[in-house]
Design a protein around this ligand. Structure first.
Ligand code: AHR
Length: 492
């Protein structure tokens, strides 16, 4: 079996937007309270933020953080979460009391501490256009009007200049409170966008969308001229009701289902003439859907099952390989996909798990540490003739999966190459030959493990982590083996 890869260092396809390494965090389970925010914890700073979590986030250079939801936001009223008297409310999305102790000011402060741009998703469920635009006033006006004055009264003299604002979250879905049909949605987005842009014409507006022609025809015909982004979401191992996680092989089949969502969205934008104006933000994505069963049931035991999201043995090399394949697709389609937000960052299905004495860095954390530190800022032309494949049976159908996934990038500063190489094969190493560059040595940064089902946990936090080795090559063809179930970046 030969697996030929060729790169064209001098053929730049497009620049990579670093915001594809973005994050999402929601008021759900232990993401905020007990996650990033735990006043009184031994590792919390004077603002109540877990310093162990912040140190980990700085290692992966978080470019943008989306907040506060997710389904939560469709019944969230932001003004209850600012100022001295925080008003608790019963969150009808997740059917728990929200204390409102963590609100806009805390979110902005947190974003600044980790060096991320804030991205606020607004309430297009029970909210109004006016409430959204008042939120923009609170954050971005210097002093005009009551909301900027309220921010100053709360002790924050300077505007926050929040650039990214989404109108709604998944309002197309019946599961969302205040869901809207496609006719309502186009009109609602237009009226909200008008008011928000009149407060601050410099903001960039997103709108909840899906890779669906009818939904987008109406949305873009009504509101396209106001929008800078459309927001799409994806969870491939859907676990909302049953926590029966897909096995490694099935997850490898799911890696082939990432690109169609992106391509369909690009084609819709193109057909409607917006491909050069509106960018794609994949602003919630994760292999694993969140587990929150019985959410519409009578108040029986619908809270405790959420603790199953905390089981660290759920997050294996399958999650790392899927996430790396996802980021490769964002790089491949970087001409349109300019933001992506891993969902969520901390706890639930996140890449960081918090416990009383510290944190566990799950396998997906290392994918972000690998890509944000070692992949480069220009995507260059490359192709792969991969002969090595393996078969997976999914829903009674045989799916033949190419073992190797790759993409090549180059530094616009010094021309250094960084090539992502992923071996999806659960059992076999595969050798690759790389043409198009005559380097004599390189560095290989790898996420390796002794088992495809390996995971990190409190008692064994380093079973999966980044490794580094130097490779020497003789002659112009570079040849080496890639171990099973592994993710690598080759720097040349
Ligand atoms: O399962 C969590 C939910 O997934 C998020 O709140 C929502 O945005 C998405 O449907």
């Amino acid at each position: 079996m030969s697996n030929q890869i060729e790169v064209r260092p001098n053929r730049k396809l497009h620049a990579r937007d670093f915001m594809i390494y973005g994050h999402f965090i929601e008021h759900f389970h232990r993401q905020i309270y007990g996650g990033i925010y735990e006043p009184g914890h031994a590792l919390a700073d004077r603002d109540g933020f877990r310093t162990d979590v912040m140190e980990a986030l700085k290692r992966i250079h978080v470019p943008v953080m989306r907040w506060p939801g997710g389904c939560f936001v469709s019944n969230y009223h932001w003004m209850d979460g600012v100022g001295e008297n925080r008003i608790p409310f019963f969150d009808k999305a997740w059917r728990v009391e929200e204390s409102n102790q963590f609100g806009t000011d805390e979110f902005i402060s947190y974003s600044k501490k980790i060096g991320a741009e804030p991205y606020i998703c607004t309430n297009a469920g029970s909210g109004t256009a006016e409430e959204m635009s008042d939120w923009v006033e609170y954050c971005n006006l210097t002093v005009d009007g009551k909301w900027a004055k309220k921010r100053i009264e709360n002790g924050y003299a300077n505007p926050y200049n929040v650039r990214f604002w989404s109108i709604g979250n998944e309002n197309y879905g019946d599961w969302e409170m205040g869901a809207k049909d496609l006719k309502e949605w186009g009109r609602y987005v237009k009226e909200s966008a008008k008011m928000m842009k009149r407060v601050d014409p410099n903001i960039e507006l997103f709108a909840a969308s899906i890779a669906d022609l009818d939904w987008n025809i109406n949305l873009l015909r009504e509101a396209g001229k106001y929008l800078d982004w459309i927001s799409i979401h994806g969870y491939w191992d859907t676990l909302n009701e049953k926590n029966d996680l897909a096995d490694f092989e099935t997850c490898m089949a799911y890696t082939l289902a990432i690109e169609p969502e992106i391509v369909k969205t690009k084609h819709i934008l193109g057909a409607l003439g917006y491909l050069d104006k509106i960018k794609i933000s994949f602003d919630e994505w994760n292999l694993r859907g969140w587990h929150h069963p019985n959410v519409d049931s009578k108040p029986e035991d619908y809270l405790t099952p959420r603790d199953k999201n905390d089981w660290n043995d759920s997050y294996t090399m399958a999650d790392a390989i899927f996430s790396a394949c996802f980021l490769n697709q964002c790089l491949k389609h970087g001409d349109s996909v300019k933001m992506a937000n891993f969902s969520p960052t901390v706890n639930t299905r996140g890449m960081i798990y918090t416990h009383a004495d510290g944190i566990v860095l799950r396998s997906t954390f290392y994918v972000f540490e690998l890509y944000t530190n070692y992949m480069e800022d220009e995507v260059i032309d490359s192709w792969a003739d991969i002969d090595s494949t393996f078969d997976v049976w999914l829903d009674g159908k045989k799916i033949t999966i190419p073992a190797i996934d790759m993409i090549a990038t180059r530094s616009s500063k010094n021309g250094q190459l960084a090539i992502s190489l992923i071996n999806r094969d659960p059992d076999n190493s595969h050798s690759i030959t790389l043409k198009g560059t005559e380097q004599k040595h390189g560095k290989l940064y790898s996420i390796l493990s002794d088992s495809k089902d390996a995971y990190n946990d409190v008692k064994n936090p380093d079973r999966i982590k980044l490794k580094e080795e130097t490779l020497e090559f003789n002659g112009e063809t570079i040849r080496f083996d890639i171990p099973p179930h592994s993710v690598h970046v080759l720097k040349l």
